[in-house]
Design a protein around this ligand. Structure first.
Ligand code: SF4
Length: 227
């Protein structure tokens, strides 16, 4: 009997133990197979950077050569998710791909009962740093753009992911996800929850349940608002 391997997005690959050949499996009895959830992380639409900021050089990070990413997802989504900075978005050939951070975030958000269309993802820094930089100064400067986004978008809820984003957004260098999760915090007038960074969750699978708990915490509250 062949070995069924889940490959994601509900597609199954069957490797025959006799021939070693691979083929896509289409008609095996479901009870014999491991089926992945009917959800596939996708490339979310990127929100264009406002024209007057496309060439922003305010903090000097532009010298590192990475491009600006203003945000992605639904620009009017009621839940704003804040990460420290954009991750890898294109491979060496320039092809777009969904990085591990975004895969884990979307998968667990879906599992928690959040609709992807309710989410808008943005960053403390709008460029990905690739070399050492003056972290404090650069974060302070780029936070002005996030403040502008908050003023314009007025999200219903905010979810801040990872210690770096939490410390910057809460303006508290001692802030830690570990001791602040599972509560709402009033930050800059917004109801804000925190959770681990999806990349940390990928590296330490024991954090996945906590991540799911935290996203469920947000989803339950959001649904209770009956918007
Ligand atoms: S990281 Fe922020 S402040 Fe720095 S150049 Fe980019 S947009 Fe401007």
């Amino acid at each position: 009997m062949g070995l069924a391997v889940a490959t994601g997005c509900g597609v199954l690959r069957l490797r025959s133990s006799v021939t070693g050949a691979s083929s896509f499996f289409v008609n095996k009895r479901q009870s014999e197979l491991k089926i992945m959830p009917d959800f596939c992380p996708k490339m979310l639409a990127e929100e264009p950077t406002p024209n007057h900021l496309v060439n922003c050089q305010e903090c000097g990070l532009y010298e590192q050569g990475t491009r600006m990413v203003w945000g992605e997802g639904n620009p009017r989504g009621p839940i704003m998710i804040i990460l420290d900075n954009p991750g890898a978005r294109e491979d060496r050939e320039g092809e777009s791909f969904v990085c591990g951070t975004r895969q884990t975030l979307q998968e667990v958000a879906n599992e928690a009962g959040l609709k992807i269309d309710d989410l808008y993802v943005t960053f403390i820094l709008k460029r990905k740093p690739v070399r050492a930089y003056d972290k404090e100064l650069v974060r302070q400067i780029c936070m002005r753009h996030l403040e502008q986004q908050l003023t314009e978008k007025k999200p219903t809820l905010i979810l801040c992911l990872g210690n770096v984003a939490v410390q910057s957004f809460f303006q508290n260098p001692e802030a830690e996800v570990k001791s602040m999760r599972s509560s709402w915090h009033d930050i800059r007038g917004f109801q804000t929850a925190v959770a681990y960074h999806p990349l940390a969750v990928r590296r330490r699978p024991n954090l996945r349940n906590l991540f799911l708990e935290d996203l469920t915490f947000v989803a339950d509250h959001f649904h209770s608002l009956n918007l």
